[in-house]
Ligand binder design. Structure first.
Ligand code: PA5
Length: 488
């Protein structure tokens, strides 16, 4: 048995009037069934999946030959280089970081014997802070370093800026064949990065190798696409990962909502959001290695569900759906995600969880079996002879109890162990839950128009051509107020 979703503490029989009642479930079920039917129809339609950004549901069925190619290149990179620098941001970064921390040994970069001869991994291009990249490039040897730049659009400022610098550094240190130490993962046809690949390959066919981001797969849903080369380099078993995704896919294809774990997750959270004003979603794995998976989830939930408008469904003459933002129907909602980790944050955010504003639902991840265990030595002390894992389990149970005793709803995902199989299942569980919640909210969960605001402002100030006139006008006519009277 794989993951289990325990939602006892979401119900009123555990947390009183702050929880979900049977009447709440009965009330929402007819609407939820329509949503499930709609989602099922889209998932079954290849054209709709691509148009709407749901092609990620099929990634575990990717062509075996393509996977073999990725594995072959991963092995080659792993055998030849001491360091691999990944450049990417958002969905082109968070999945890698989550996988690195969950599926590789802790302190991976620090200790060579632990990483089994694989190269050190560095994740950059996810910020415009110059300090980290400067130190990295000063200390790595270009000839011993392979660079993987990931950008679906190929246009994003942060990885673009970092790549320009890293490319120049590689060119200087390696010479004219530097491009053979670069892999680009980007849109198969459009964007500046794709254009660069084509240009460089004309000069040297062995340079700037490239993998495509599958059409219809958005950044935050792309770990099982763009993340595979990272897994191949560090030696994670991709088949095992996909077996976990498939298992969860099957469980989440269950028509009966009450037996579908991802749909129940979305349903219960939607009830608590609508009826009990629980607008904060705190994901707290009781495992240090899953903290960055919680960070990955923050992007998934925030970009997918925090939307200004409802969705307007338009069906084309070919019968295929398109979703538009319905500017006549304001939504401006979406639960706010927060990532935390047990037990660290029991000494930080937990005070607020238990006694602060009563607007939260917590999700815990409980790992049943850790890769290793430690026993506390000595005798006579309360802790003597106890194992770390037993204390971790007790702390998780105690945290549930503390919340329930204050009538604060929470739920737990039980993970037998942090393996590639279970981690794949976990990510897919959250992806399906998010897609279903998007249906329940009637919004487009697969775009992120709100991210454009800061980009537009930067592009305007940088003088990029093609900024829509209305946007340029708005920036020009409404500058930020910086009155010194209000600055101390
Ligand atoms: O989910 C998304 O699509 C975004 O968050 C992107 O991942 C992020 O903006 C990075 O984009 P790109 O991969 O095009 O550089």
């Amino acid at each position: 048995m794989g993951l289990k979703f325990d939602f006892n503490n979401m119900y009123s029989f555990s947390v009183g009037s702050h929880g979900v009642s049977q009447e709440d479930i009965d009330e929402i079920l007819p609407e939820a069934r329509l949503c499930a039917r709609h989602l099922k129809k889209i998932i079954a339609d290849p054209q709709a999946r691509v148009n709407l950004g749901l092609e990620w549901v099929t990634l575990f069925q990717q062509d075996k030959e393509e996977i073999a190619k990725i594995q072959k290149l991963g092995k080659e990179i792993s055998g030849k280089y001491e360091n691999v620098v990944f450049l990417g941001i958002g969905g082109s970064y968070l999945g890698l970081k989550a996988a690195q921390d969950a599926l590789c040994v802790p302190y991976y970069n620090e200790f060579k014997p632990l990483r089994n001869k694989s190269p050190r991994i560095y994740l950059e291009g996810n910020n415009l802070d110059p300090d980290t990249l400067r130190v990295l490039l000063k200390n790595l040897l270009p000839k011993k370093t392979f660079v993987i730049v990931i950008s679906k659009s190929g246009e994003t400022t942060e990885p673009k800026a970092a790549f320009s610098l890293v490319e120049a550094w590689l060119k200087k240190g390696v010479g004219k064949r530097y491009g053979r130490q670069i892999l680009a993962i980007t849109d198969p046809r459009s964007g500046a990065l794709r254009a660069k690949v084509e240009l460089e390959q004309k000069k040297d066919i062995l340079s700037f190798r490239a993998f495509p981001i599958v059409k219809g797969v958005g950044g935050r849903f792309s770990e099982f696409n763009m993340g595979l080369i990272h897994l191949a380099i560090v030696g994670v078993n991709i088949e095992e990962l996909f077996s976990g995704v498939k298992e969860m896919f099957d469980r989440c294809s269950q028509d009966d909502i009450l037996k579908n774990p991802a749909y129940m997750y979305a349903l219960l959270h939607t009830i608590l959001y609508r009826k009990k004003a629980k607008s904060l979603a705190i994901l707290m794995p009781f495992s240090q290695t899953l903290k960055s998976t919680a960070d990955w989830y923050v992007q998934l939930l925030a970009e997918s569900l925090g939307k200004k408008y409802h969705r307007k469904i338009v069906v084309g003459s070919d019968g295929v759906e398109n979703w538009l933002a319905d500017e006549k129907s304001l939504f401006s909602k979406g639960r706010t995600p927060i990532s935390a980790a047990g037990t660290n944050d029991l000494h930080s955010i937990q005070q607020n969880n238990v006694e602060g504003e009563d607007n939260k639902v917590l999700t815990f991840i409980r790992v049943e079996k850790f890769k290793t265990d430690l026993k506390i030595p000595g005798a006579g002390d309360l802790l003597s002879g106890k194992s770390f894992s037993s204390l971790m389990h007790l702390a998780q149970e105690a945290t549930e109890w503390a919340l329930v005793s204050e009538s604060r709803p929470n739920c737990t995902i039980v993970m037998p162990e942090v393996s590639a199989h279970n981690w794949g299942a976990l990510l897919f569980f959250f992806e399906m839950a998010t897609a279903f919640e998007g249906e329940l909210l009637n919004i487009n969960a697969f775009d992120q128009p709100g991210v454009e605001g800061y980009k537009n402002y930067m592009y305007y100030k940088l003088g990029k051509p093609g900024i829509p006139a209305a946007v340029a006008e708005a920036i020009k006519n409404k500058p930020l107020i910086k009155d010194p009277k209000y600055i101390l």
